[in-house]
Structures are given as C-alpha cells and as structure tokens.
Design a protein around this ligand. Structure first.
Ligand SMILES: *Cc1c(COP(=O)(O)O)cnc(C)c1O
Length: 397
C-alpha cells in the first residue's frame, strides 16, 4: 500500500512520525500498511492494558453501542454506575467522576483540591508536585508537571504548583506554607523515566499530609489498573490517599479516565464539574470489560510473573552489555543503559526485518517497556532475545 502523503500533510505536525500507517493489531502484535508486523512493547503508550483489539472490549462496546451510546451526562446510565461501583469496591475511594483523558482527570483533581481548600482550609490552593513529574498537557496540568522547559513553553503558567524532589520528604516539608492544600504525585514517575516513589516516602507523605490537614493525590493515570502488579500502585505502600486519577489502562485503548475521591474529599457542588462525554455508556462498557478481566482470579498473578520475567531478562541483558541494571514496578520497567543510544536502538528495532519491534526511549540512555498486561511468556522471551540482537546490531559485537 502507498503511504498517504497528503493525508500526513493534513495532520498537524506535532511530532516526528515515521512514514508508517498502522492498519490493524491483535494482542501484542501490530501490522503496518506494508503488511509488516511489529511486536509492541509500547501498546499505545501503556493504554492497551489487554493488547490490541481484545475481543472482550470489542464485544462490550459493540453490544453497548447498539443499545445506547450517550443519554447525556445529566442522566444516569448503567455501565457508568457499574464501573463506579467496581472502582470504589476495589479501592479506598467512595466516589468517581468519569472523564476522557488523564489530563482532564488531573484537571478535575486540581479543581477538587482547590474547592476542598476553599471549604476546609480558608482558601488554601497550592499543590506540591515533583520535579520530572508528568500530569498532562492542559495548561494547569503542564504547570503541575515538572518537565524541563514546560515552565516557559506556554507562559504564563497556572500559579500554585511548587516542585519538590521525589523521595525527599524534607524537600516537601520545606515547601509547605499556610496556602498549601495538597501533595500530588505519580507513585511511579512514568514519562520522567520510570522512577518509583519508595514505600517509605509514600508513608511519609501520608503522615505529613495528615498532620497538615492536606490532601494526598495520586496520579495513577499510568500506574493504575494493574500496570504495577496491583490493581492500584498506591496499594504497594499500605497507605490510603484522598484522591486518585486513572486513565490510560482503564479504557484498554478507548478514551476513558476517572477521578476517584473519598467521601470527605468529594466536595464539588452541582455545576462545578462536568463534561459532555464523561461516563458515556460505550466507554464505560469498555472500562467494565477491562476491570473484569483484571479482577479475574489469577490475572494479577500472571502480571507479576511476567514482571519478574521481564525484570530478570533485562538484568541479564544489562550484565551482558555492561549496563546499569533495570528499574520499575510490575510491567512498567526501564533498562538503564550505559550510553545514550536509546534512539538508535528504538529505530533499529522498528526497522528490523522481517518483523519489527516497538520500543520507547524516554531518555537517551533509558529504554521503557509497557507491554500489554496479558503479554505471553513467549512474547516477552521473544522481545528480550530480539532486544539482544538489536543491541548487537547497533553496537557491534
Ligand atoms: C499519560 C499521563 C497523563 C496524561 O494523560 P492523557 O490521557 O494523555 O491526557 C497524566 N499523568 C500521567 C502520570 C500520565 O502517564
């Protein structure tokens, strides 16, 4: 098939894309317009929790779409109520607001914290966030993010997001003043390079926010829904946050996000939060299919087994090539290379014949892996052996 140049030109040029059009996918495999197949270790940026076009989601959406697509968010619909019950039942939260993207869910969390500060803390509004954190691409969530260069990109920023250092409780304490209403963090910084908050740090944050009558907000857009081997990453540290956001994996590739909060934190008054598409039944049906698959007996154990396989395999590669080990939680992992040839490896992996592989290098010396949560043992073994071959190709023997 010919590459559609005019089609490419009709799209806004927001990122350097290779001249590939993906036409179909199944499980851990994608196929491009030339019929070439790729083993996918990116999965739509960690969104396809169950791989490409899983039958459970296709069936659930098909069935729901024939019944009802959108009665408007001003009315109740069954799938959104069911999904809210599933999420609150599996977590420490009591209330759910559905949105369409991680950025939108985080905007909601920021609004909720500011409202809570207005009601309970005399107008406190500052939210402490972290260097290298990532919370989305709206103006407020870019301001909350700690990405280099983002403070000036669309200046002026939204005010009130002082940045602390992950795993350094003193850096958080130093930023607290009488206007501080919350701390917000990713339990594992994803875009920042797969850096986990320690269990100790999560516990220190919970204690500190309790002492100071502040909210603890976890952005689990990337880490939630089984990605780390628990349904939610905060569950690794034995704490209960006040607010959590979900997106990516929860829709299994379909735009779906959730803002979850305890009863005490759920302080929006009527009219303060909404969204035309939020919680529409088709997306909620996809979310139900994902949730029920993840909650089935044995599923999380298999995520943990694949996580160990990936971790062991990356460590073996690291030893062989004199790299610096690996890190991560569950099936969100990164190989810490000894030199900055991540981009070359990503390119060589994609160009490999007859089958390619899709990888991501969030930093030049780091390769990130976010396979489907139902990736098979054989697929992961293939990914690891291919990676070895690709490193050989790029670096020579
Ligand atoms: C991807 C991501 C977001 C943004 O989600 P979108 O759906 O792209 O708006 C926010 N927070 C974290 C931790 C993410 O990984």
């Amino acid at each position: 098939m010919q590459f559609d140049r005019s089609g490419a030109k009709a799209l806004m040029d927001i990122t350097a894309r290779p001249e590939l059009v993906f036409v179909r996918g199944q499980g851990s495999w994608l196929e491009d317009h030339n019929g070439k197949r790729y083993l996918d270790m990116i999965q739509g940026w960690a969104v396809n929790a169950l791989g490409h076009s899983p039958k459970v989601i296709v069936d659930a959406m098909h069935e729901q779409a024939q019944k009802l697509m959108n009665p408007s968010p001003a009315f109740y619909n069954e799938p959104s109520m069911e999904l809210a019950k599933r999420l609150t039942g599996a977590s420490c939260f009591d209330r759910v607001f559905f949105a369409n993207s991680g950025g939108e869910a985080n905007e909601g969390a920021i609004k909720l914290a500011r409202k809570w500060g207005k009601v309970n803390r005399n107008g406190s509004y500052k939210i402490i966030t972290f260097d290298h954190g990532f919370h989305g691409r709206t103006i407020a969530t870019m301001s909350a993010s700690g990405k280099e260069g983002w403070d000036t990109m669309f200046a002026p920023q939204v005010e009130g997001f002082p940045k602390a250092i992950l795993n350094d409780i003193d850096s958080v304490k130093a930023l607290i003043d009488d206007k501080t209403v919350a701390v917000m963090l990713e339990p594992v910084q994803g875009e920042g390079g797969v850096i986990a908050a320690t269990k100790e740090f999560m516990q220190q944050l919970r204690a500190l926010t309790h002492e100071n009558n502040m909210l603890l907000i976890v952005d689990e857009v990337q880490t939630g829904m089984g990605r780390t081997g628990e349904m939610f990453a905060y569950q690794h540290s034995g704490i209960e946050p006040d607010v959590m956001t979900l997106a990516k994996g929860i829709g299994g590739g379909i735009p779906l996000a959730a803002l979850c909060a305890t009863e005490a934190a759920s302080c929006f008054a009527h009219g303060e939060q909404g969204g035309t598409y939020g919680g529409n039944p088709v997306m909620a049906a996809a979310g139900l299919a994902v949730f029920d698959t993840l909650a089935a007996p044995g599923f999380m154990e298999s995520v943990q087994a694949r996580s160990k396989q990936l971790s062991d395999g990356l460590n073996a590669l690291s030893d062989k090539w004199g790299m610096n080990g690996e890190r991560g939680l569950g099936l969100l992992r990164a190989l810490k290379m000894d030199r900055p040839d991540g981009a070359a490896i990503v390119l060589a992996a994609r160009n490999r014949e007859p089958q390619g592989m899709l990888l991501n290098a969030p930093r030049p010396e780091l390769l990130r892996f976010m396979p489907a949560l139902n990736v098979t043992e054989d697929e992961l073994a293939l990914a690891l052996s291919e990676l070895d071959a690709i490193i050989t190709e790029v670096r020579g023997r």
